[in-house]
Design a protein around this ligand. Structure first.
Ligand code: P53
Length: 473
């Protein structure tokens, strides 16, 4: 079997990692604009400043790759590769600078009108993430973000504004990026909990409010345009037991349920899974979940399921083995001796993608889309300007082969948008040198460079993959 005729090939980015123009045309500061650059060694720990101090520090999101001013050139390059779909996010604070205004900033709305019109010129379907780590800073500072129920209404107002405005231009939507980072460190970019330490109850309450906001958006969106496809988005980090010791297998199941299954269950099935209810009871976590909330979660289930897939990890309950941690991992996962790792320590596992697609599809049986996948790597520009990123081509080739096998297994996979189709700022480390793109951007970790775009070898390769609908790898 091969890829379906209407398969959505494309690429993915997020506003805060490429737009720049952080305070132009009325945009307010988002939570991301307070993150300084980090480094590969510091990995996921970037300094977060309550007060932005641009005289002293460099904040990568403030300029990004300047796509706010260069989007036409970028979209033309995507079109040249033959993209059918382009996943992007809308910067919430461009539309509602503080987040709690009643009326939107017209200049922000106008900007995305122009982006969608440009995509339409080339017949590229937009896929819009409504919230991709871009909570308006003010909502975190003043309301403790989603811990406060009022933030649900602010989000609903924001989402409804987008649905009304773009109802004839955008069909595919995602409510929250990587919602399952919810209660972890990355989660503060979603829920805005950064003013102090929060109890576990508060963290799960904020996540619950995020679920409610998502469900409200789904309900409102379907009313505005019944043809909308509104999905969820999870960071899927597939887990294998380190050994076949039953203790390891059981531990893997427990961590996997909480990280990979919990949020999807709520958003696809419309209810909390039994294991989370027990987890709350056993740990005295008192999340307020009313009957009305339960009805809303049921009414606001998503139309399709999307996820990011970069790596797999191994789990053990044997504490001694935990010293053998892998990069980018967030749950004390350990290494897999059968896999190679990226320069940032992420374990590369193409077969794991087939396994993952089947794991998710067997649980939900709704259409799936892989909306992030890719290799963050150092690229070298040759003297003649060419960039021969064969390692990236090889990574994608292996993953596409396994997606095709998953389709052959019977999985309803509808699209694939590799992450950072154009080089952009890394979310985890704030680096520019962690490159994912088919398109190279001349910019370094300190913010120097022309910002000029150029085609990597993988650009021509991906073009031919799309042209042949995945046949010509
Ligand atoms: P970076 C960690 C693990 C899995 C997905 O990540 C992650 C992260 C965040 O570090 O986030 C997603 O840039 C996210 C994107 C991000 C991309 O993965 O750290 O949705 O915004 O850029 C890649 O290499």
């Amino acid at each position: 079997m091969s890829f379906p005729k209407n398969f959505l090939w494309g690429g993915a980015t997020a506003a805060n990692q490429c737009e720049g123009a952080w305070n132009e045309d009325g945009k307010g500061d988002s939570i991301c604009d307070h993150n300084r650059a980090g480094s590969r060694t510091a990995n996921t720990h970037r300094t977060f400043d309550l007060e932005i101090d641009t005289d002293q520090y460099y904040y990568p999101s403030h300029t990004g790759i300047d796509s706010y001013h260069r989007y036409k050139e970028d979209i033309a390059l995507f079109a040249e590769m033959g993209f059918k779909v382009y996943r992007m996010s809308i910067a919430w604070s461009r539309i509602f600078p503080n987040g709690d205004e009643e009326t939107p900033n017209e200049a922000g709305l106008q900007f995305y009108d122009e982006v969608f019109d440009e995509l339409a010129k080339y017949g590229i379907e937009p896929l819009v993430t409504i919230s991709h780590f871009e909570l308006p800073f003010h909502l975190g500072k003043t309301y403790d973000g989603f811990l406060d129920k009022r933030t649900i209404s602010f989000y609903e107002n924001y989402a409804t504004t987008l649905f009304e405005r773009y109802k004839d231009k955008v069909k595919y939507w995602l409510t929250f990026n990587e919602i399952n980072f919810g209660t972890m460190d990355h989660g503060k970019r979603i829920n805005g909990l950064f003013n102090r330490e929060y109890t576990e109850t508060e963290q799960y309450q904020a996540l619950h409010n995020v679920f409610l906001a998502s469900a409200k958006a789904v309900v409102a969106g379907h009313k505005i345009n019944p043809d909308f496809k509104i999905g969820c988005m999870l960071a899927y980090i597939t887990m294998y037991p380190k050994t076949c010791r039953p203790e390891d297998v059981l531990k893997t199941q427990q961590i996997n349920e909480k990280f990979n299954f919990f949020c999807g269950d709520v958003q696809v099935k419309g209810q909390y899974p039994y294991f989370m209810k027990r987890y709350f009871e056993k740990n005295n976590i008192q999340v307020e979940i009313t009957e009305e909330d339960k009805a809303l979660l049921k009414a606001g289930t998503v139309d399709y399921y999307t996820f990011s897939y970069y790596m797999t990890t191994c789990i053990t309950d044997d504490l001694e083995k935990r010293n053998d941690k892998t990069g980018g991992n967030l749950f004390g996962g350990v290494s897999n001796e059968y896999l190679e790792t990226s320069d940032w320590g992420w374990q590369i596992d193409p077969i794991g993608l087939r396994y993952t697609l089947n794991q998710i599809y067997s649980r939900y049986e709704v259409p799936l889309m892989v909306v992030e996948n890719g290799l963050g790597a150092f690229d070298e520009v040759e003297a003649n300007g060419s960039i021969n990123d064969d390692y990236r081509i090889d990574y994608f080739k292996q993953h596409i082969i396994e997606m095709e096998k998953a389709i052959d297994d019977g999985v309803d996979l509808i699209g694939y948008t590799p992450w950072g189709c154009i080089d952009l700022i890394s979310a985890g480390t704030g680096e520019m040198s962690k490159r994912y793109g088919f398109i190279y951007v001349d910019r370094d970790d300190e913010g120097n460079g022309t910002l000029d775009r150029s085609r990597k070898k993988s650009f021509y390769w991906y073009k031919q993959v799309i042209e042949s609908n995945g046949e010509n790898l």
